[in-house]
Ligand binder design. Structure first.
Ligand code: ASP
Length: 589
């Protein structure tokens, strides 16, 4: 037997027992002739001691150990002289009787401890070493636990986990596809699924009325910190349901995860907010509702005083920042520069301060009387001691979005965005369609299988853009602390409604037939009413841990350029492979 205990297991109660442990040498140090070794496995760290007067060969072996050597030791559990209350095994140490070196290690490129001295790039290159570190092991343990709880919950609710293929045809989730050339079908390509959307709907047609899958999805998008080209979804679909049934089922799942994994109670039922209220009040379809500071429209309050910027604006909005009346000129200038950065895109920032002494100070006090300024500030729900920030522009949603970004920034600066506070909610009543000025056509806000609300069917069949813009969908997002954790919808289940949807999206009959013929045909064979949703599992893990980067919760993630620097991928393939696939690489590519 290699070991009879793990390195995280032994306690004072084991004192006097002879044990065998195996693991990695995290570090070793000499102290007055004695050698102390931290032995690590994924369960924890146990301190080993080789006494100064031990057998010479043993002292010699202990001295020869380098970092990350794999060893097996036999020894007696002993109470420690100086205990370490920070370690679960901190009350004991092992008096080593023998050391067996199972394997040596070259010197690792960084220290494998809770706080590593290695930079991000080097740790990514040696990911298997980084994964030995405790914080990453905890992250993956949390991930495992959450997946387990998801399966338990859904299994208890009669869901079946069914695998769907990875080599498929383009799925319409609005991102670019990763494609795979087919050797047996020269000139033809598979697409990797952006989601199992069409397959899960076909499973509903097939009668598997509660489906789920914890499944890898692929989207070829430009990467941001919280995006990965391949990521995992908890993908679900149900038949014979209305929106209410889906929301209840999955807030139940989230409630169970919060309770069983974090021992956190989330509200029952969860709050719901319409997409329109989210945009108007938070400038975002994934509002962070851990704090207020909501956006107020003040368009009517500011017009007619000869200040052209506001007089000419189609929309004027404001947020009130608590305690902001104390900001210095310099602080306000800095915030103004901040909103002018291209990431926010504002032209400038107007402010009104409601000073503690009752006076008012503003960047526009040339145009407005103090009473008017006060009335404007109060319309934005400012109180004495607050500052309001005002933005304006020709497009309401654009201005609201910028105010929303500023709101998040100010909330962060004021410490109102504690990652250990959880404020989940549903966003509902999404518009079905989104008009693109650039392309002169509608896009599906969610995806083209999302059903219009039954009461909006007249608008849906109208030819007028204004009518189509008003059509809402039974679509919903699960939002947590300013992040979209999941989303889905009630689907179209009638072939003629699906046809109309493709028509509205400017997808001609021929193109629809070529791309989605299989699903249009399937709907002719008795498709039940159905709906579902998918959660971004990597992000669920990250937010449950109160962290920001999803990479820490994926064993082998890609970097910002979509590369796996450990295996050096993507990489070129050789000529033989290219020939087999019938592919030529353009030389000037
Ligand atoms: N397939 C959708 C997505 O990946 C989720 C859904 O509608 O179920 O976002």
């Amino acid at each position: 037997m290699f070991r009879d205990h793990t390195c995280g297991e032994l306690r004072l109660a084991n004192a006097g027992h002879t044990v065998t442990l195996a693991g990695w040498v995290q570090r070793s140090r000499k102290l007055g002739g004695m050698t102390f070794i931290d032995l690590r496995d994924r369960y924890g760290i146990t301190q080993l001691v080789v006494e100064a007067d031990a057998d010479a060969a043993l002292v010699e072996a202990a001295t020869s150990l380098g970092r990350e050597y794999v060893i097996q030791v036999v020894g007696e559990v002993d109470e420690r002289q100086s205990k370490n209350p920070k370690m679960p095994t901190g009350d004991i140490e092992i008096k080593v009787a023998s050391i067996n070196i199972l394997n040596k290690s070259v010197t690792p490129p960084f220290t494998i401890e809770d706080e590593s001295d290695g930079g991000e790039d080097i740790r990514a290159k040696f990911r298997y070493l980084d994964l030995r570190r405790n914080p990453l092991q905890q992250a993956l343990a949390l991930r495992h636990r959450l997946a387990h709880e998801v399966r338990n919950y859904l299994d208890a609710q009669d869901f079946m986990e069914i695998e769907t293929p990875y080599l498929i045809k383009s799925t319409p989730e609005g991102a670019r596809d990763f494609v795979v050339p087919s050797r047996m079908n020269p000139g033809q390509f598979y697409a990797l699924p952006q989601s199992p959307q069409t397959f899960k709907q076909l499973l509903m047609v097939a009668g598997y009325d509660r489906y789920f899958q914890i499944v890898r999805c692929f989207r070829d998008e430009d990467l941001r910190a919280d995006r990965q080209p391949e990521f995992t979804q908890i993908d679900c679909e149900m038949s014979f349901v209305e929106q209410e049934d889906v929301l209840n089922m999955f807030e139940g799942m989230m409630r169970t995860l919060f309770k069983n994994v974090l021992n956190v109670d989330i509200p029952d039922p969860l709050p719901r907010m319409s997409w329109y209220d989210a945009m108007d009040g938070y400038g975002s379809d994934k509002p962070d509702v851990r704090f207020g500071m909501t956006i107020h429209e003040i368009t009517d309050k500011v017009k007619g005083n000869g200040f052209a910027v506001l007089d000419d604006a189609a929309y004027v909005g404001a947020i009130a920042v608590p305690g902001g009346a104390g900001y210095t000129r310099k602080q306000i200038d800095e915030i103004t520069e901040w909103v002018k950065r291209p990431q926010v895109g504002a032209k400038g920032l107007i402010y009104i301060k409601l000073n503690d002494d009752g006076s008012v100070k503003s960047s526009i006090d040339k145009f407005y009387t103090p009473e008017q300024l006060k009335a404007i500030a109060e319309a934005a729900e400012a109180k004495t001691g607050d500052i309001i920030f005002i933005m304006s522009g020709p497009q309401k949603r654009k201005v609201q979005t910028m105010l929303g970004v500023l709101r998040l920034e100010m909330g962060g600066r004021l410490g109102l965005r504690d990652p250990k506070v959880f404020a989940p909610l549903w966003i509902v009543d999404f518009p079905l369609l989104e008009w693109s000025d650039e392309d002169g056509r509608f896009y599906a806000m969610h995806h083209p299988f999302t059903a219009p609300k039954p009461e909006h069917m007249d608008w849906f069949y109208s030819d007028r853009k204004e009518d189509l813009e008003k059509v809402c969908a039974n679509a919903y997002d699960f939002v947590l602390n300013g992040n979209e954790l999941g989303g889905g919808s009630i689907r179209i289940h009638e072939a003629d409604v699906q046809k109309r949807m493709f028509e509205v999206l400017g997808i001609g009959a021929e193109e629809a037939e070529y791309k989605f013929g299989f699903i249009i045909h399937a709907f002719q064979f008795g498709a039940p009413p159905h709906g579902g949703l998918a959660f971004g599992f990597d992000r669920v893990c990250t937010l449950f841990a109160g962290k920001e980067s999803i990479r820490d919760f994926i064993a082998f993630p890609k970097n910002n350029q979509g590369r796996d620097v450990m295996i050096d991928s993507p990489s070129q393939i050789d000529q033989v492979q290219l020939d087999e696939l019938n592919l030529d690489i353009r030389q000037n590519a």
